[in-house]
Design a protein around this ligand. Sequence first.
Ligand code: FES
Ligand SMILES: [Fe+2]
Length: 369
Amino acid sequence: MESVREALRACLGRSHRQAWGMPAGFYTSPEFLALEVDDLFRKEWVCIGRVEEAAAPGDYWTVDLLGEPLLVVRAGDGRLRVLSNVCRHRGMPVAGGRGHARHFQCPYHAWTYDLRGRLLRAPLIEGREDFDQAGCGLPEVATEVWQGFLFVNLDGQAPPLAPRLGGLLPLVRNYHMEEMVLGHCETEAWETNWKCLTENFMEGYHLSTVHYETLHPITPTRLCEHFPAGEGYLGYYSRFPPDLPQRGRYHPDLTDAERNCSVMFAIMPGLVAGAAGHMTTFICMQPESVDRVRGKRGIIFGGPDIGDGERRAVVDLFERTMAEDKVQLANLRRGLGARSFRPGPLGPPDVEGTVWDFYRYMARRLGRG
Ligand code: FES
Ligand SMILES: [Fe+2]
């Protein structure tokens, strides 16, 4: 683990032009993963999905984040809350899946909570003098919404997220992701390290090789352009060839330059996305082990005007590229597990600068003991 931290610290003293890959331990060390979970994922804002997944009062869905069962629910006051989904009686998860409810009844002994998490009923126990029923609700987890993406902070101590994304907002504002609506969503575990998935989504170097038939005609490696990273984000422009026809209806606020590229961005740790005129693709992820990552991937669409055929084509292209990446990342994991592996130099900033930005973020956050 100390050798991983040493390699991270070395990144801070070098420029993009002197960038090298990280040693295998960065991706394979269980001790380093424990540090990432405790000092990064539990302490930071982590994206778990979209606000429109619970659009109307009573809508809810559940997710486990780093072993914490969570219940996302919109109550009658219109507020979206994220509650601990663990019964205050003896610890059973209260709700499962997703749906619409008026209240939540624990399946074990029928303790019942309202949509704000307040305990309504505790059969046969009510009225006991040593039991403060009003103080026995499901605890609320800190949330922040940015451009329609729902973030939670498990330890409740993270400073606000939006100010740290101040440099990213002007680059993506005109795509109006806050108006887009989730139209495709899959959750799946991939056999790779979460950082491999992050780096893979965020670098354009492999676009014209791995995705030669899928993405290369739209966003070839040669047209990638890195933009400077900020404290909590990094990214690049994935530009389209000039003769590429427009796909779907674009937001009228978009400039010509914005219409002709995807803004690929990561909000660390755990959210990667690509904003384009007619839709945005994203993956929000959490590590399950050093070589397993759970990803919730989706597409949000800009409006109802997109036809069914166009929508299907977008989903199909995204899923094909994801399948291509999945194979590569499982193989990458095998390579990183080899004792013989020694990292090499990274490509120029426009195609792999985001990987370097990511190392430097990790170095700032976890490089010092
Ligand atoms: S654990 Fe929920 S009612 Fe007993
Ligand atoms: Fe890819």
